[in-house]
Design a binder for this molecule. Structure first.
Ligand code: SAH
Length: 247
């Protein structure tokens, strides 16, 4: 899969892409990522990317032409790609959208700054995506968030088992995790995790995941439709635990 980002601050994106899981996927050639400077697609000697808004008002607006120039250049080089405009006005990005985007071959991110981008750029945009109901000062963090979460679903980037059990998969949050030492500041580790009994551990984890989800994100739990065998065993354990505690 290939990502491209178009921004006036390429370094912000380039630095992030060097590290961690995404950095490794890029070095291994599973993911390709290219960052383009919007100023390289301007034609005046000051490399102007913004101008005053028609109709007046505060701030500046990003000019449309550099985006179109980039689009023509990029399409000629790689063929049609899926263009995502980062914007607080888009649908809010989530794990389901990440899975959907991970099926695409070529995704381009347009990163806005200032008051946003000239409306006419929407003609070449396939989808506007927001990362939440707040306003950032630029689209770079949004583009990175979307790239990162999307890349995790690309085969070979993260261990498949690990993706499956993470938060939101199966409409549950992830279970709590512990590591050495066994006792930290007087607090122990649940015995079951040290038992070596894999089935028991799996059921315990699912039970704790359910507790967390029900208490922290009841909205997510309400969406859960499929209860597999482990879910049911976990619910049985949860009821046993509640009954014991009530005694
Ligand atoms: N005036 C615009 C906001 C511009 S913020 C409005 O109110 O709709 C500048 C840029 O930051 C945007 O063009 C977009 O690329 C990015 N941005 C800001 N908030 C964002 C969010 N919640 N999700 C994704 N991108 C965002």
């Amino acid at each position: 899969m290939r990502f491209a980002a178009l921004t006036i601050f390429p370094e912000i994106i380039e630095v992030y892409l060097k590290y961690g899981i995404l950095g490794r996927a890029i070095r291994n050639g599973i993911i390709e990522a290219e960052v383009f400077n919007l100023r390289d697609f301007t034609e005046d000697k000051h490399r102007t990317v913004d101008d005053y808004p028609f109709g007046g008002g505060p701030g500046m607006v990003m000019k449309a032409e550099p985006f179109f120039k980039f689009y023509d250049f990029y399409t000629e080089r790689y063929g049609k790609s899926y263009v995502v405009l980062t914007s607080p006005q888009g649908m809010v990005f989530d794990n389901k959208k990440a899975l959907e985007l991970s099926q695409k071959k070529n995704i381009v991110f347009f990163c806005g700054r200032y008051e946003g981008i000239d409306e006419r750029v929407l003609d070449i945009v396939d989808e506007e995506l927001s990362i939440g109901d707040f306003v950032l000062s630029g689209g770079e963090i949004a583009a990175l968030a979307i790239m990162d979460a999307t890349a995790r679903f690309v085969k070979g980037v993260v261990e498949e088992e690990s993706v499956k059990k993470e938060s939101f998969m199966n409409d549950l949050l992830d279970h709590p995790v512990y590591t050495r030492p066994r006792i930290v500041r007087g607090k122990g580790t649940p015995d079951v995790l040290l038992s070596g009994d894999h089935e028991k551990i799996e059921i315990w984890r699912r039970k704790e995941a359910m507790k967390k989800t029900i208490l922290k994100r009841p909205d997510l739990f309400m969406k859960k439709e499929n209860f597999d065998r482990v879910d049911k065993l976990a619910l049985i354990e949860l009821f046993k635990e509640l009954t014991e505690n009530a005694k």
